[in-house]
Design a protein around this ligand. Structure first.
Ligand code: PA5
Length: 424
């Protein structure tokens, strides 16, 4: 596996006996997930999804990606929540082809943002992928209206059938109806996989192939994780250890989890993680509030609160063992800044020391912490990481006694907004 987990810095906060005492509860949650008979079982299609994806489908989307990149300068990916975050997390984590930019729309309602995007697209050959499981979500629906009009002005109806691709439900929703009426190419989102668990379905695979991501490697990683994290062995299953640690800390009043990373390319991985954990656990008056920090930048702002504020927080560090590039710090003959101590060292050496120092200082300041380390920046590793978190949140949700696969709360604002908009 390309992921390791360290919980040494829970010492004094959670002890080994407490982990052992939780084994029966974890076993129950494990069986409910594997046998698909717990709350929300109808949305557990993600559990064996990596193993079920056909290699022929991966070959088809890879080919589609190559074709689109040949006839386009860029991709516009329209979607929100589970139909957005995993795509952006993957692309930004891997840092794919800068000559083929991916733009995002439909994840807010800002007129200025969309206006600027349309301006940028004027001189480019554009392909649009619009993604919505329900096919009725306001933000992507409104953005698609505007972008569709722009595309209609730019291209013939025949050309648009190649340049607009819809990823949506097999039968339901307005997007399905629009795609059928206009003859756009479509891909189906499986019924039994909820939005926040859908990055490894066509939701992610279609735009990611177009962006040049090696989706075969992404799925290969997830397949490995599927087999590794389906073992009911708390000693070995690090997804279960992570879920158990979170639950035990929560029961001791640690109601906020901060995911801290030291790499800007992890920013959207943390955003994806926030949706996965927040939407899965935050219900029935329960749930750990998932927050994130971008270090070392946030050490110069939120560092004070983390070190010294209310002790209702625990921290999970997300570390990359080997970044993609090496960058040596030069020696300086004047040494006015007194940093010749790191001359000839790789910049990542300093980053790693910053992580070690932060973990120690926060632990001493009363913030228990754990570390998830991924070996490298690759699609295989990210596939493993996605599945690791998905399995962990399922266990964690069942430990809390909630249905981790529904999201009734997100409807509340929509109802009120539709009333205000006069939409039936
Ligand atoms: O997890 C969820 O279900 C939501 O966050 C959805 O992903 C988000 O609302 C987008 O929904 P849809 O794909 O139906 O447009």
């Amino acid at each position: 596996m390309n992921i390791t987990f360290n919980r040494d810095n829970l010492k004094g906060f959670v002890d080994e006996a407490e982990f052992k005492a939780l084994i029966l509860e974890i076993q129950k949650a494990h069986e409910a997930i594997e046998k698909r008979n717990g709350p929300g079982a109808e949305f557990t299609g993600w559990v064996d999804l990596p193993g079920r994806i056909k290699d022929s489908f991966l070959a088809d989307v890879t080919k589609l990606g190559r074709e689109v990149r040949k006839n386009s300068d860029c991709l516009v990916s329209i979607g929100i929540g589970g139909s957005y975050l995993g795509i952006r997390a993957t692309i930004e984590f891997l840092g794919t082809d800068r000559k083929f930019p991916v733009y995002y729309a439909g994840q807010n309602l800002s007129s200025d943002g969309l206006h600027d995007l349309l301006d940028d697209l004027k001189s480019k050959k554009v392909t649009v992928v619009v993604i919505s499981k329900s096919g009725t979500t306001t933000e992507p629906a409104v953005a698609f209206r505007i972008i569709k009009k722009f595309m209609h002005k730019k291209y013939s109806a025949k050309e648009l059938k190649k340049r607009i691709i819809c990823v949506t439900d097999e039968k339901k929703g307005a997007l399905r109806k629009i795609a059928e009426k206009e003859g756009y190419q479509t891909f189906i989102i499986p019924d039994d996989v909820g939005g926040r668990f859908s990055v490894l379905t066509p939701v992610g695979l279609v735009p990611l192939s177009i962006a040049g991501v090696d989706v075969k490697a992404l799925i290969a990683g997830a397949r490995l994780a599927q087999s590794e994290f389906s073992k009911m062995d708390l000693e070995k299953n690090i997804a279960y250890q992570y879920a158990a640690a979170r639950y035990l800390l929560y029961k001791k009043g640690k109601a906020i989890e901060v995911l801290s990373s030291f790499y800007p390319n992890m920013f959207y991985v943390a955003e994806w993680w926030k949706q996965l954990f927040g939407e899965s656990e935050g219900k029935n008056g329960q749930g750990i509030f998932p927050a994130s920090l971008n270090l070392t930048a946030d050490l110069h702002s939120m560092g004070q609160l983390m070190q010294d504020g209310v002790r209702n927080v625990f921290e999970t560090f997300l570390i990359v063992d080997k970044p993609k590039y090496k960058l040596t710090i030069p020696s300086d003959k004047d040494n006015l800044d007194n940093f010749n101590c790191v001359a000839a060292k790789d910049l990542d050496f300093v980053n790693k020391q910053a992580y070690r120092a932060t973990a120690m200082a926060h632990y001493e300041g009363g913030v228990s912490n754990m570390t998830i380390t991924v070996s490298d920046i690759s699609a295989t590793t990210l596939g493993q990481l996605y599945y690791f978190f998905e399995k962990a949140v399922a266990i964690s949700g069942y430990l809390l006694g909630v249905n981790p696969f529904d999201q009734p709360g997100v409807e509340a604002y929509k109802k009120k907004m539709f009333e205000l908009l006069g939409r039936k």
